[in-house]
Design a protein around this ligand. Structure first.
Ligand code: PHE
Length: 343
């Protein structure tokens, strides 16, 4: 019996030495410990044939050997598994020659984009459809339909970009090109807002750019009056700034509204005291507005005796400056990350 156990132990250890992978280890386990024919199992079974002291002595010995082999087996198994993890790690990860790349940085939205989204949300909540329109448009929708005929002096003040070879096309100088289009598309009654990019042939300076964003809204209904106009604008601006805003109207001329106004808002940065953002006047010129001109209603196919409307349009730049307390307009287009990272 002693011999048998010694032989088993020797063979097992030898076999274990040769094992390089888990599968081989399992084979070895079968060879020695399988219930049916494992060599160790057989040895244990043969103990039954012994009796008395011999049984007790060899029984103890056999158990010790068995325990020893099981321990060795367990150790080997751990080793193999550890190596396997190591191999995986080697094949997957660290390339020690790779240079230390800077961390990826997340960008943030531009303040005008933030204001635009907020305006869209507030106007949707007020029941407005929000639409997109063409940046390159016909002379008809940009001017003619808005009561600005070819000979009209207001054409000059727009400094429009025309397209070479296409005298009737232009880059829209305002988003008002959407007014007649929207009435034709949706009919009446109507509440629609249309933000978008606009273009003017301007020399760029501290307060002018050739490309900028506007937000305009149009309401068509029966018996619209100036009270409605002021009420809706105040509601929208209060929704954007999350507080009541104070406004004042001045007469203003736009051929597509009658009467027409310019609306100023009490400067939110200095609360009317005067600062860089409001030209030290305490008020910010915010938008153009008025009641839709009968000629525009007619161009859209409506009877001005039956229908009336209001419209107001503004640049996003000033709205953003007020919202985020930006005193100098030049920051907005500077591309300066120290500025942009604040949003
Ligand atoms: N379209 C005008 C502009 O660009 C603004 C405006 C819109 C005025 C609607 C009146 C009514 O300045």
């Amino acid at each position: 019996m002693q011999e048998t156990l010694d032989k088993i132990k020797k063979e097992f250890i030898k076999g274990l030495d040769e094992v390089k992978e888990v599968l081989q280890l399992e084979e070895l386990e079968q060879k020695f410990f399988s219930r049916k024919s494992g060599e160790m199992t057989e040895a244990m079974k043969s103990l039954k044939k012994l009796s008395g002291d011999a049984k007790a002595e060899f029984g103890k010995l056999a158990n010790e050997v068995k325990k020893e082999l099981e321990d060795l087996y367990g150790k080997k198994k751990n080793e193999l598994e550890k190596n396997k993890m190591g191999d995986l790690a080697d094949s997957e990860s660290i390339d020690v020659t790779q240079p230390n790349l800077p961390k990826k940085e997340n960008g943030s939205l531009h303040p005008e984009t933030l204001v635009l989204r907020e305006m869209e949300e507030v106007s949707r909540n007020m029941g407005f459809i929000v639409e997109d329109g063409p940046e390159l448009d016909s002379d008809y929708f940009s001017f003619e339909a808005l009561n600005i005929p070819d000979s009209h002096p207001a054409r000059d003040s727009q400094d429009t970009f025309y397209i070479k070879g296409h005298p009737n096309w232009c880059m829209r100088p305002h988003v008002s090109n959407m007014q007649v289009r929207m009435i034709q598309k949706y009919g009446t009654p109507l509440r629609v807002a249309y933000p978008g990019r606009t273009f003017r042939n301007e020399a760029t300076d501290a307060s002018h750019d050739h490309t900028f964003y506007q937000f305009e809204a149009l309401v068509i209904d029966k018996d619209i009056n100036v009270g409605n106009l002021i009420g809706i604008i105040k509601e929208l601006l209060s929704g954007l700034y999350k507080k009541d805003v104070e406004v004042r109207l001045r007469p203003g001329y736009f051929p597509f509204v009658e009467p027409g106004f310019e609306m100023d808002m009490k400067c939110l940065i200095c609360e009317g005291q005067g600062c860089g953002a409001c030209g030290h006047s305490g008020w910010v010129e915010t938008l153009g507005c008025g009641l839709v001109h009968p000629k525009v209603l007619e161009a859209a196919g409506l009877d001005p005796k039956e229908w009336s409307g209001l419209a107001f349009g503004m640049g996003l730049t000033r709205l953003a400056m007020q919202k985020y307390r930006i005193e100098d307009i030049r920051h907005l287009q500077s591309g300066d990350l120290r500025f942009l990272k604040q949003f």
